[in-house]
Design a protein around this ligand. Structure first.
Ligand SMILES: CSC[C@@H](O)[C@@H](O)C(=O)COP(=O)(O)O
Length: 367
């Protein structure tokens, strides 16, 4: 298998992101070694995709801490890390991974604070702990994605060859590597079960045409690009076996926020009786929210819709609505593929995501 693309590169004292705004024409890594650079890269979508956003935020702060030329005491270190994390959380609101990473880091720091109270090097220890945990996120995300690939491919075990439709970009570029929905497609291809994948261009930001198409060509995976408006006709004409998408936030009842356009694909899949899977690491699950109604949907600048590559394509003066995500109701979802297994509906036809996670928690010592 060829080495997959890297959206994130982390060295000893340096952190870089691949500027995805310039893809596919230009392949350039840019320095992201401070929380200010991390914030800007996430907000402008140089780095994007729910898992990659959280990892980029954590590693930009880790690099900043590594390069800090002053030693802070314990409380000042904790305050520094907390305020930078809060700041990074202001960058984009919908993907829960960033908020969960922040919460996990804060609770870890808070716990350590008690043990380190009387330690004169406590500040350094706390700082190094944050750096270590941020570095672990990279490795964990790759192994989670490979497990998602395995469980997702199993959903198609009864089929000899499959044609899969996907949306947005959920591959190496949206994660630490391998990808979620695209990871399943990658696994199916490795198992020689993939006949072809179809990728929606994903207007208005074109993650499908610019990024997924780029990854699929790079990996030599048989693939065809379609415009979003072709999806229903494709389902009718081409015998699609499954739709697999990623997630920015899966809530307790299974409702799922993902890239705008996902909801209409789920409706069309339901109409054509095609299984519709969401691939999401548990870092994208938010059981604090009961239903999709509680999810905040990011609205992006008008210009993403009216312009392509700085060239105006819409009439001057037109009003624009540009929500970046939509919410697919759980009843349209056939299964939520995580790194610890696939979540299906219970006996009464509803999702209970929290119950699934609790049972897994009890059955394993994974988390
Ligand atoms: C593994 S990435 C999952 C989702 O984050 C992805 O499907 C998506 O919606 C990305 O949106 P983006 O606006 O490009 O960050």
């Amino acid at each position: 298998m060829s080495k997959s693309l890297e959206s994130i590169r982390y060295y000893d004292n340096k952190f870089e992101v691949l500027n995805q705004l310039l893809l596919p024409q230009t392949f350039v890594y840019e320095d992201c070694s401070t929380s200010d650079l991390g914030f800007a890269a996430i907000k402008s979508m140089k780095v994007r995709g729910a898992p990659a956003i959280a990892i980029a935020a954590a590693l930009s702060l880790a690099s900043e801490l590594k390069n800090l030329n002053k030693k802070l005491n314990l409380v000042d270190t904790k305050n520094y890390i907390f305020s930078k994390l809060d700041y990074l959380c202001e960058s984009r609101p919908t993907a829960v991974n960033l908020f969960k990473m922040t919460e996990d880091m804060k609770s870890l720091m808070q716990k350590e604070l008690i043990h380190l109270e009387n330690n004169i090097t406590g500040g350094e220890i706390l700082k190094n702990l944050f750096i270590k945990k941020a570095e672990e996120l990279l490795q964990n995300d790759i192994s989670d994605n490979m497990a998602i690939g395995h469980f997702g491919a199993e959903c198609f075990s009864k089929k000899e060859k499959v044609k899969i439709l996907t949306h947005c970009n959920t591959g190496s570029l949206a994660t630490a590597g391998y990808g979620t929905a695209l990871g399943i497609i990658r696994t199916l291809h490795a198992q020689k079960k993939l006949e072809r994948t179809f990728a929606c261009e994903t207007r208005p930001y074109n993650q499908g045409a610019r990024l997924t198409a780029f990854e699929l060509v790079y990996e030599k995976i048989p693939a065809t690009l379609i415009s979003d408006s072709m999806a229903s006709f494709l389902m009718k004409e081409k015998g699609i076996d499954g739709v697999i998408v990623g997630a920015d936030r899966v809530v307790a009842n299974g409702d799922t926020a993902n890239k705008i356009g996902t909801y209409q694909l789920a409706i069309a899949a339901h109409y054509h009786n095609i299984p519709f899977y969401v691939a999401a690491p548990t870092t994208s699950i938010d059981c604090k929210k009961k239903s999709g109604k509680e999810i905040m949907i990011e609205e992006r600048p008008k210009k993403e819709l009216t312009h392509i590559n700085n060239m105006q394509i819409a009439a001057d003066g037109i009003d624009v609505w540009n929500p970046s995500f939509d919410v697919t109701p759980a009843f349209l979802i056939s299964g939520i593929v995580t790194e610890i297994g696939v979540i299906f509906k219970n006996e009464i036809g509803e999702y209970d995501v929290a119950d699934f996670l609790n049972k897994k928690k009890k059955a394993t010592s994974l988390f």
